[in-house]
Design a protein around this ligand. Sequence first.
Ligand code: NAP
Ligand code: 8YV
Length: 332
Amino acid sequence: MISASADLPTVVMVLTRPQDHALRRLEKLFRVVVIDRPDFTLVDPAVRPAVRGVASFAGFNAAFIDGLPRLEIIAVFGVGYDMVAAQEAASRKVMVTNTPDVLTEEVADTAIGLLINTVRELPQAEAWLRAGRWARDGMYPLSRLTLRGRSIGIHGLGRIGSAIARRLEAFGLPVAYHNRRPVEGIGYSYYPTLEELAAAVDTLISVVPGGPATETAVNAEVLAALGPDGVLINIGRGRSVDEAALAAALANGTVAAAGLDVFADEPNVSQALLDAPNTTLLPHVGSASVHTRRAMADLVVDNLAEWFMTGRPLTPVPETRSLVRSASSTGD
Ligand code: NAP
Ligand code: 8YV
């Protein structure tokens, strides 16, 4: 057991904004050094050789790992770890963990909210009321689009994609999907390419991980296949969508509307998308409730604690799943 009286491992916490709950928990278990970006030179050179763990609320690269010679584990805040050098960590025998499952239902709820807002124009209707237009100009115009009669395509039927699909089944809407391979034991129709899926449905929800394999997967051809009644929702990663192609498709009616929670260059949003018609844009709030962010922060801390207590973290990323903590690892 790690106890306050033991020789505590040193852990670096990389914080881009305050995480008081996680900090308080970490300070009970470890000696904690806080830095505000993943740059090892921000850690005192005398402390660097003692650092054995990192709690990262930001990404990191190989140079960061190399600057901390006794590093054993990096616990990442977030399920998506495209901003993380996981392969490089694996080759250096550094464990990487992420925060799956604890955010799945929250992100699925957000996706449904974004879909309904996009299709039924609820944010615009509220703006109409607040601007006094209901009393002045009458009823908000009927929404052009509806969820009724839609067919849904999920791009990335994993944990979150499945939770979105379950919700939409309850809405009475048919669901199909595209992954690199079919999911066993699932009744939804599978399409081996994204373009085939887009052609078969009128509502595409993208919830794939970022990275080279999904970069601009939702491109001009996919949008054309989705068609003029088509709605795109992206709650996965911004770079999975060709944003210039999407802005053009919205402007010329190739697709009807888009709801986006994620963007290629966050926190910057391209002017073309800001100017595009029929869009609902959210500032990456998929998991952003106090409840769920606290659960994610707890999992970051629990992963570090389990690693140092048992050598087996709770949620390793696939790249480092087979790593075991070396028996020669000792206290600071
Ligand atoms: P997951 O369980 O790993 O699901 C990912 C799904 O994507 C799997 O079904 C996978 O199936 C599929 N996939 C992966 N690469 C693909 C490719 N090249 N082409 C087609 N399908 C592919 O992950 P999750 O927990 O559902 O999270 C999904 C992603 O959502 C995260 O990685 C993150 O980027 C994003 N996310 C966003 C927010 C937000 O706030 N907006 C919050 C949480 C997560 P195959 O492996 O069979 O292809
Ligand atoms: C978070 C996410 O916003 O988990 C993810 O992959 O995109 C979101 O839950 C992010 O990871 C932390 O800022």
